[in-house]
Ligand binder design. Structure first.
Ligand code: BES
Ligand code: MN
Ligand code: ZN
Length: 488
């Protein structure tokens, strides 16, 4: 989608569609107070008649609006200003985007001053994000549809470079989230570890400043990533370890921020086989990896002057005659041994070697992203991502940024008494801690491999995808949160 700037007044603009935001206020007069005269009387009529109430996310399309040159007027309700949050703003803009993409229009003009009261760049970015986000539609494995002749390809704003720039940046973040969603939505028989590696190569072909390195199983065995490889043993799909670097800090000695993604392209549970219901959703078990890819695309598209490294442990978790069994002991890259009591707790076995690997980058901080525990979904539902960290300042930063951008997370503790639950009689550490506090013991496991740097863990088991009905599919979270963190 292109962003253009227009200097004509709203009522005189020649365009397929003019989009205006209306706050829900005590009186209709207050709602329309900021609008141009010709527009205000039309909107006032629509509100007086009760056709439009300006509730948050309400969208109304008016054909051939009186007093406007434009073919259509689209009104979007912004709800009450005292109830507005980054999250509710996202919902409003998403509803708007859905309507716009369903209309047979090629261009739309956005009246930023009414859509974004205060005109903060963060809110304008969210608008851009929502427009990109709602332009995505999964059809990769559906029979080809007729190409759409009228696709919203251009959006215009007023003649203000800062506004247009913020909108473009939001679009870029939305496009990154769409990459994350596409990779998440692809079925497990397409999106294998080798496919993820090829997509990383593809990304660096499109964004030449990204450097990509791929380790195959021999290369991983050679350096001692036996814990990651143990998960992959039961699968006919070979594992891959993917490293994507964006080294653009003008200070060459600047330490990098590092993202580590869980890339289990399908999680059957292995020998500790999962029950059948909803097992298809375990194709989403690589959403951490997809988040890393989406973020790396965004940092490159935004040309952030920073050093940022993304790594992905990509494996498939399958049962077979060669698969690891409960009771098996494996040696991690760190040298610590692990007793695998449940082969379905495989994400941590992949991540622990990745977390040790990234020590070599001497990171400023590391954040891993993983669909790690069903327990996180039980604890926090599908609204907040689970946040666990051994570094209070880093945790506080992520918590605050999450609220600010409308991609929230909620902290759970990592504390010594939980660590004991991982004691093993046969290895340095067991890979499960029993029934209680599943999200915490998973993070405790990871924490044994993160002593060398500041670290936080995001458990996206609840937030990475929507489970039911027409909305079923990857959500693109937490790309907005992480992009915000990487920008700091
Ligand atoms: N990928 C799953 C976690 C998961 C399950 C995410 C359902 C989203 C929805 C992970 O590999 C897993 O199986 N975890 C086990 C851990 C347990 C064996 C300690 C779980 O959560 O049941
Ligand atoms: Mn599992
Ligand atoms: Zn898993």
């Amino acid at each position: 989608m292109d962003v253009q700037r227009a200097s004509t007044s709203l009522t005189q603009l020649q365009t397929d569609c003019v989009v205006v935001g209306i706050p829900e206020a005590e009186s209709v007069e207050a709602s329309v107070a900021e609008l141009e005269h010709g527009l205000a009387s039309l909107v006032q009529d629509l509100m007086d008649s009760g056709d439009f109430k300006a509730k948050a996310g309400q969208v109304l399309v008016v054909q051939r609006p009186m007093g406007l040159v434009a073919k259509r007027l689209v009104l979007v309700g912004l709800g009450r200003s005292d109830k507005r949050t980054a999250w509710s703003e996202r919902e409003c803009f998403t509803a708007l985007g859905q309507t716009l993409h369903q209309l047979p229009i090629k261009s739309a003009h956005l009246d930023i001053s009414s859509l974004v009261p205060g005109q903060t760049t963060a809110s304008i970015e969210r608008l851009g994000y929502a427009l990109a986000y709602t332009s995505y539609h999964y059809d990769t494995t559906k029979p080809r549809k007729e190409p759409k002749t009228h696709q919203l390809g251009t959006v215009s704003t007023g003649d203000d470079a800062i506004v247009a720039d913020a909108l473009s940046q939001g679009l870029m973040i939305g496009e990154g989230a769409n990459l994350t969603r596409e990779l998440g939505n692809l079925p497990g028989n397409t999106c294998t570890p080798r496919y993820l590696a090829s997509q990383a190569e593809h990304l660096s072909a499109r964004y030449p400043k990204l450097e990509v390195e791929i380790l195959d199983e021999d290369a991983m065995a050679e350096i001692g990533m036996h814990c990651l490889l143990s998960v992959s043993r039961g699968s006919d799909e070979p594992a891959r370890f993917i490293i994507i670097k964006h080294m653009q800090d003008p200070d060459p000695t600047a330490k990098p921020k590092v993202l580590v993604g869980k890339g289990v392209t399908f999680d059957t549970g292995g020998i500790s086989l999962k029950p059948g219901s909803a097992m298809d959703e375990m194709k989403f078990d690589m959403c951490g990896a997809a988040t890393v890819m989406g973020c790396m695309q965004v940092v490159s598209a935004l040309a952030l002057p920073k050093n940022i490294i993304g790594v992905i442990g990509a494996v498939e978790n399958m049962p077979s005659g060669r698969a690891i069994k409960p009771g098996d002991v494996v040696t991690t890259l760190s040298g610590q041994t692990v007793e695998i009591l449940n082969t379905d707790a495989e994400g941590r076995l992949v991540l622990c070697d990745a977390l040790t690997y990234v020590e070599r980058f001497d990171p400023e901080a590391v954040v891993d992203i993983a669909t790690l525990t069903g327990a996180c979904l039980v604890a926090l539902g599908k609204h907040n991502t689970g946040l666990l960290s051994t570094d209070d300042a880093l945790a506080e930063t992520l918590l605050t940024l999450g609220r600010e951008v409308g991609d929230p997370c909620w902290r759970l503790p990592i504390e010594e008494p939980y660590q004991k639950l991982l004691d093993s009689n046969f290895a340095d550490i067991a890979n499960i801690g029993g029934r209680d506090a599943g999200t915490i013991t998973a993070a405790c496991f990871l924490s044994r491999f993160t002593d060398a740097y500041r670290w936080a863990h995001l458990d996206i088991a609840g937030t990475a995808w929507f489970s039911s009905g027409k909305a079923k599919g990857a959500s693109g979270r937490p790309v907005p949160l992480l992009v915000e963190w990487l920008r700091q």
